[in-house]
Ligand binder design. Structure first.
Ligand code: UDX
Length: 423
């Protein structure tokens, strides 16, 4: 078993640290935020991630996992240091590597001879060399090992990976990093650092493309009288297409897709290629937010001024409390621009946002509303008493952008209902 430092305790770092400890390694997680470290030491998990709290508490109790302030404090005596710090976006779409470089400089003086630094932050192609330069430790190998963790399923994805990608030119180092995953069943893909870094951007850009395609098809389905659910079923059963990631919605968002698609366009541009197709995918996603607002407006008679809109769902997808680049917030901004009065409810959000009041239940959110717009696919919305919802509203109208609501049941409850992608 190995001694691993994990630098950064965001959802990637904390999941990585807790899962490595769970499979038997000795893990020290570091963060620059002393408050956050103190909370983690007390067993408080700052993010909503199914299964993570149990994993952290058990690993801490077993003496396999600890939390410290500062990267250098964690990295001393460690054979591996995983960099899991943020790579926020600069104004031009490129990734800001300053956190990665700072962390690399901090751990360089304390890492033992022959240690391996592993980059898990999503970084542009060529960043392995940036880290090598920042460290200036020729005896320490730097490897890329991109993460493919979905928020809300991060623990499951770590422990049941589809693949482990390791980017290094050095075979022995690749074997060392692969050995960290012993006990997990997954194909290991060893490649050069540039290819490993590109895989992450390629995978996320492709998935975003798939979603923008499906969302565009949903618009076509509405126009021609087809049903997107049946269309994707018919498409997805072709194994070359696959049934996953074909659910239409109000657009895609989250901490990865918007950032990674924009970064991919910039990486290509810097390399002299205009990735026009991916720019189209990003534009189609922006358009999707507009189309949702247009539909709400049309359902309310063509004018949203003073119309009371109840929004169900604020997070960028279900089973997370993450609001980063949430399509729901994009749609809400457009509704407010059109002078609608918005009141929202989300099972994971309990405080008001800057421009929206947040209600404490799906029912109180709809009191006196002229329309409900369902924007996040929380299971809770499947099981609501729709007759009660209808009674509370001024006009029982609903626009379901995630195809969650049972249409005949809603109609029986007196609703006028539109579902995205269905005529
Ligand atoms: C994503 C990738 O899936 C993961 O591999 C990567 O490492 C990080 O980015 P995540 O950001 O957690 O993970 O979200 P994901 O579950 O992929 O969803 C992204 C967006 O697509 C969400 O807004 C979601 O609602 C939307 N989506 C997803 C759909 O609209 N339909 C689908 O069928 C799937």
């Amino acid at each position: 078993m190995s001694r691993i430092a994990v630098i950064g305790t965001g959802y990637v770092g904390l999941t990585t640290g807790a899962c490595f400890a769970h499979i038997g390694h000795d893990v020290v997680c570091a963060d620059i935020d002393a408050d956050k470290v103190a909370r983690l030491q007390r067993g408080e998990i700052p993010i909503l991630e199914p299964g993570l709290d149990e994993l952290v508490l058990n690993a801490v109790a077993d003496g396999k996992l600890s939390f410290v302030v500062g990267a250098a404090e964690a990295a001393k005596d460690c054979e591996f240091a995983y960099l899991c710090v943020p790579t926020p976006q600069d104004d031009d779409g490129s990734a800001d590597l300053s956190y990665v470089e700072t962390a690399a400089r901090q751990i360089a003086p304390v890492l033992p001879t022959g240690a391996v630094v592993v980059n898990k932050s999503t970084v542009p192609v060529g960043s392995t060399f940036v880290v090598e330069r920042a460290m200036n430790r020729p005896d320490v190998k730097v490897v890329s090992n991109p993460e493919f963790l979905r928020e809300g399923s991060a623990v499951h994805d770590f422990l049941h990976p589809d693949r482990v990608v390791i980017g290094t030119e050095d075979r022995d180092t690749a074997v060392k990093v692969a050995s960290l995953f012993l006990g997990l069943t997954a194909p290991v893909i060893v490649t050069d650092p540039a290819s490993a870094e590109t895989i992450k951007y390629a995978a996320n850009s492709f998935l975003a493309t798939k979603l923008s395609f499906v969302n565009a098809m949903a618009t076509v389905c509405e126009a021609v009288g087809a049903n997107i659910n049946d269309v994707v079923l018919g498409m997805g059963t072709d194994p070359r297409i696959g049934e996953k990631f074909l659910k239409p919605g109000p657009g895609w968002g989250g901490s990865c897709f918007p950032k990674d698609t924009r970064a991919m366009v910039k990486i290509a541009e810097d390399a002299g290629y205009d990735f026009e197709m991916l720019r189209g995918v990003i534009n189609a996603n922006e358009l999707q937010f507009d189309l949702v607002a247009d539909k709400v407006e049309a359902m309310c008679g063509g004018d949203l001024a003073g119309v009371k809109v109840a929004v169900w769902g604020l997070t960028f997808k279900a089973n997370t409390d993450d609001l980063r680049e949430s399509p729901s917030l994009e749609v809400i901004n457009r509704l407010i621009e059109r002078r609608a009065e918005v009141l929202a409810y989300d099972p994971a959000i309990h405080a008001d946002l800057d421009n929206v009041s947040v209600s404490d239940s799906a029912y109180t959110a709809v009191e006196g509303a002229d329309i409900v717009v369902l924007l996040t696919e929380w299971d809770e919305f499947r099981w609501l008493d729709m007759a009660k919802v209808a009674d509370l509203m001024t006009t029982p109208r609903i626009y379901d952008t995630r195809n969650v609501i049972d249409v005949p049941a809603a109609r029986r409850a007196g609703f006028e209902i539109c579902s995205l992608g269905r005529a």
